[in-house]
Design a protein around this ligand. Structure first.
Ligand code: BMA
Length: 325
């Protein structure tokens, strides 16, 4: 399988463990935004002890860039939630709303998987505003209020949805203050995505276009015939990146969706020594003034990559498809 022909990929990842000045092994699933004139990335670092194939912990690191392509990692990790009830924070997404930077993150706790939202000014101190109840993950904030409320895409994990296990969908919630969330509604079910048969989830903060909110998601398909596909004895899922367009006024309405994967692992650097191969996990979508977008994604749960495309062409894919069989 190949990524859409409108996708341009460079010849290397944008950040790997080699670029990190502290104990790092897998650098992936970053949130990326533009903040105070710089590109800012908060990435996930899964690290090991002496055995380089045994993961022992997770922290979040910070990297900055002037061009979105060449990145410098800060000397120390910037965010850890560990101890007591909390096991680890991971998979951050960054959204700037009215000049304030917010970070959504997944949080493993002793009593379930939750989603957190924090606010930061300097990426050194994070003020945690809210933590959801289990089971919710992959939270992503829209970059502006809609109808007077903050809006968030969610991915609850319904065990009793009567579609067997792991049929997880994209939902939307609203909040007046980022703390109290309600008006939950379904945006898109896994059955609405032709290339997913397992689960889907929100990816990067949506980008406003004239036609609607350009929105990435990850889509998971399962191949039970597959065995070893990375470090583990068995890794049978593949994650691809999809794109859809949501209504500007009511973003729970899907206006169009590209019916094929937008992004798949199709470069050797995306899979080399990969922990879990065939995984694309987008977390950042940045619109540039020249009409292009930069898409940041974790590849194979191992490296952080960036691809580019034209925003107009992405919108066209959502509304008209690619005209190919
Ligand atoms: C998901 C999350 C992601 C990860 C993916 C593939 O459930 O844990 O962090 O990238 O699985 O392993």
């Amino acid at each position: 399988m190949k990524s859409s022909s409108i996708i341009r990929k460079p010849d290397r990842p944008v950040l790997t463990a080699k670029d990190i000045p502290y104990n790092a092994r897998l650098i992936f699933n970053a949130g990326v935004t533009k903040y105070n004139g710089k590109y800012v990335m908060v990435f996930r670092n899964d690290y090991c002890g002496d055995d380089p194939y045994k993961l022992t912990g997770t922290n979040l690191g910070l990297a900055t860039s002037d061009d979105g392509v060449n990145w410098t990692a800060a000397p120390e990790p910037c965010f850890v939630m560990e101890g007591g009830e909390y096991k680890r924070a991971y998979d951050p997404r960054l959204t700037v709303i009215d000049g304030v930077c917010y970070m959504c993150f997944a949080l493993d706790t002793l009593h379930g998987l939750c989603g957190g939202i924090a606010k930061t000014e300097d990426f050194a101190y994070f003020d945690v505003i809210s933590i959801s109840e289990p089971d919710n993950r992959n939270m992503v904030l829209f970059p502006e209020k809609i109808g007077g409320n903050f809006v968030r895409l969610d991915r609850p994990m319904p065990v009793y949805s009567r579609r067997h296990r792991d049929r997880f969908d994209v939902w939307l919630s609203e909040s007046p203050d980022l703390e109290f969330w309600g008006r939950h509604r379904l945006v898109c079910g896994v059955e609405d995505v032709p290339f997913a048969d397992d689960k889907i989830g929100p990816a990067a903060p949506p980008v406003r276009t004239d036609k609607g909110w350009l929105t990435l998601f990850h889509a998971v398909a399962l191949d039970p015939t597959r065995g070893k596909n990375g470090w583990e004895d068995k890794w049978q899922k593949s994650y691809t990146g999809g794109v859809m367009l949501l209504d500007l006024q009511d973003p729970s309405k899907v206006l169009g969706m590209y019916q094929k994967p937008l992004l798949v692992c199709d470069r050797p650097y995306e899979e080399e020594d990969g922990f879990r191969k065939d995984v694309i996990f987008p977390g950042g979508l940045i619109a540039e003034d020249d009409g292009t977008v930069k898409i940041y994604y974790g590849a194979s749960d191992t490296v952080e990559c960036m691809a580019q495309a034209s925003a107009d062409e992405l919108v066209r894919l959502c509304l008209e498809g690619d005209g190919e069989a």
